[in-house]
Design a protein around this ligand. Structure first.
Ligand code: NAD
Ligand code: UDP
Length: 310
């Protein structure tokens, strides 16, 4: 019997990871306080005897009876709109929550996996971003609550690895999308799809020349699985290097949904990164991983999910 603990299990990525782990025959204990998650993401697991859900804030002490083999720490608000609404909770889950999750892994002699972020690179001065770039983060700007919490979480993870010998992994996730994102989480994918499906104006921040590189969630979860089973402790980028401007992205979604929406210009958020694209050389060589799902295919699946909800 293999047991995984997933923090943030009711979230977008946590629920897909949980599905994957159950498919791999793991027993899964999901922990989530539902601050940005949704029980609807895991309600299909009701009655699944290898899944147990605990509603708890991971910044409070974690006590679990019995053996645990893997701790996957995904709990954290992830959308800029969410973490701007909950800056203190975001700082607490990245720091105290990561400390607790590491403590649990240490106690159980479990392998630990941290969901970190490309946001550690801030508004990057090196492009594309390699793992050995230290980033350009404004600690006191509005995004600092998320970026610095994740940078602290990485530092704490390495300290537990070096000091206590915990077997740790760190993934730096680049913009990932797919079914189960919250319609109103404020990220660009649900915003543009919902606006297009409703034929409402598409809210483009600035002139849309800023870039992002979008990864479909199935590809990301495969990368998680491979990284957990590789023997490597420093951060690894997982993302899709296919880079677009946000304007191109808006036009693509309007076309794929057959929408009559027009573009509506809004101010760029403070410290919004100008560019973002992962260098995945390390993931390719270490994990033999690369994304397989094309943007069109991934967006079709995501649009189909949102169609039933708008
Ligand atoms: P999400 O908001 O859908 O999921 C996060 C989950 O964590 C939610 O269910 C939320 O309720 C839970 N949570 C937050 N604080 C908690 C706490 N104190 N105690 C217990 N549960 C708590 O977001 P997501 O996109 O699924 O992101 C999951 C992880 O991946 C996050 O750590 C995020 O930083 C990271 N990440 C995601 C992306 C992306 O593009 N989706 C990019 C970079 C990093
Ligand atoms: N964005 C936008 N319109 C929206 C939401 C987001 O133009 O309605 C832009 C945002 O300013 C950023 C990019 O889309 O440049 C990606 O934003 P998101 O919030 O998805 O995530 P980020 O990559 O900034 O963490």
């Amino acid at each position: 019997m293999i047991t995984s603990v997933v923090t943030g299990a009711a979230g977008f990525l946590g629920s897909h990871l949980t599905d994957r782990l159950l498919a791999e025959n793991h027993h899964v204990i999901g922990i989530d306080n539902l601050i940005t998650g949704n029980v609807a993401n895991i309600e299909h697991l009701a009655g699944q005897e290898r899944f147990k859900f605990i509603k708890q804030d991971v910044t409070t002490h974690l006590f679990l009876p019995g053996p645990v083999d893997f701790v996957w720490h995904l709990a954290s608000p992830a959308s800029p709109v969410d973490y701007l609404e909950y800056p203190i909770q975001t700082l607490k889950v990245g720091s105290l929550g990561t400390h607790n999750a590491l403590g649990l892994a240490r106690e159980k002699k479990a392998r630990f996996f941290l969901a970190s972020t490309s946001e550690c690179y801030g508004d990057p001065l090196v492009h594309p971003q390699r793992e050995d770039y230290w980033g350009n983060v404004n600690p006191v700007g509005p995004r600092g609550c998320y970026d610095e919490a994740k940078r602290f979480a990485e530092a704490m993870t390495m300290a537990y690895h070096r000091t206590h010998g915990v077997d740790t992994r760190i993934v730096r996730i680049f913009n990932t999308y797919g079914p189960r994102m919250r319609l109103r989480d404020g990220r660009v994918v649900p915003n543009f799809i919902a606006q297009s499906l409703r034929h409402e104006p598409v809210t483009l921040h600035g002139d849309g020349s800023q870039t992002r590189s979008f990864c479909y969630m199935d590809d990301l979860i495969e990368g998680f699985w491979r990284l957990m089973h590789a023997n490597y402790h420093l951060p690894v980028n997982i993302g899709n290097p296919n880079e677009l401007t946000i304007l191109q992205f808006a036009e693509k979604i309007i076309a794929l949904t057959g929408s009559s929406s027009r573009l509506e210009h809004h101010p760029r958020p403070v410290d919004d990164p100008k560019v973002r694209r992962p260098d995945i050389t390390l993931a390719r060589s270490l994990l033999n991983w690369e994304p397989r799902v094309s943007l069109e295919e991934g967006l079709e699946r995501t649009i189909a999910f949102f169609k039933n909800r708008v």
